[in-house]
Design a binder for this molecule. Structure first.
Ligand SMILES: [Fe+2]
Length: 256
């Protein structure tokens, strides 16, 4: 659905995996970025996840299961060129260069107030999100259920063999918020790692994970992996976020 033409090398661990390894590996195209082989041995063998007790996990928590994903996928398929309309994320964020995104909620530019983008708390629905009422409704529903405020959100596609490179989501915006993944399409399950924990999320599941930890994702299947990824500001952090914005406003006024 969302495969984009890119130059790939074969996996640097192909010799370890043997002839069965058909995975592609994106060579770094920016100075300073080094090729990072998978941090797990032999491409996240499924048994490594099965051996992990989900209840003991610190960095991953399952919120919902068995949600019917078909209506959400139909909604995406009904929009012409849905994946081609916004390419800023993969163009500007190095670790995300192999993923494609449909922005649903984005930073509110009028509220930057001299801050770095990663410190801006305010967000709003994108104009394009009007085409995705089911996705919008889902995020709103989860926010209400958890007594949290909606924040930035997008639908993300990671094609087969592609990865999101290890990173920590930095900035005050993330420190105040929780990060959620709703798995819409993932034939083999979505492998992710945060800190020293690995998980394989299934279609129809909603997960919180701790993006304060070093984290990465890898689509070790052949098909596109599609998630709705969104952030929520917990109710007990609202006052703190509002205070941070007022502080930025005052600083800007003082400098003027
Ligand atoms: Fe991240």
């Amino acid at each position: 659905m969302c495969n984009s033409p890119r130059q790939n090398d074969t996996c640097p661990l192909a010799a370890v995996c043997g002839a069965a390894c058909r995975r592609l590996f994106q060579a770094p195209d920016r100075p300073g970025l080094v090729v990072t082989p998978p941090s797990f041995s032999k491409h996240a063998p499924r048994w490594s996840v099965h051996n992990t007790k989900e209840n003991d996990m610190k960095y991953f928590k399952r919120i919902r299961s068995d949600v019917d994903v078909k209506p959400f996928l139909n909604e995406i398929a009904s929009v012409d060129d849905a994946w081609a309309q916004a390419t800023g994320r993969q163009d500007k964020i190095a670790v995300q260069r192999e993923a494609l995104a449909i922005p649903l909620r984005g930073l509110r530019k009028s509220m930057i107030l001299g801050r770095k983008r990663r410190d801006v708390h305010e967000s709003r629905w994108t104009s394009g999100s009007i085409n995705f009422p089911l996705a919008r409704g889902f995020i709103e529903d989860v926010a209400n259920e958890l007594d949290a405020d909606m924040s930035r959100a997008k639908i993300v596609c990671l094609p087969g063999g592609r990865r999101v490179y290890p990173h920590i989501d930095r900035g005050e915006y993330y420190r105040f918020r929780g990060r959620y993944h709703f798995v819409l399409k993932s034939s083999a399950g979505s492998w992710m790692k945060a800190g020293d924990e690995e998980i394989r999320m299934k279609e129809g599941e909603l997960w919180w994970f701790d993006n304060d930890q070093m984290h990465e994702a890898f689509n070790d299947g052949d098909e596109d992996r599609i998630h709705i990824i969104f952030d929520l500001l917990p109710g007990d952090m609202r006052a703190k976020a509002a205070a941070a914005t007022e502080k930025a406003r005052a600083k800007l006024a003082e400098a003027a």
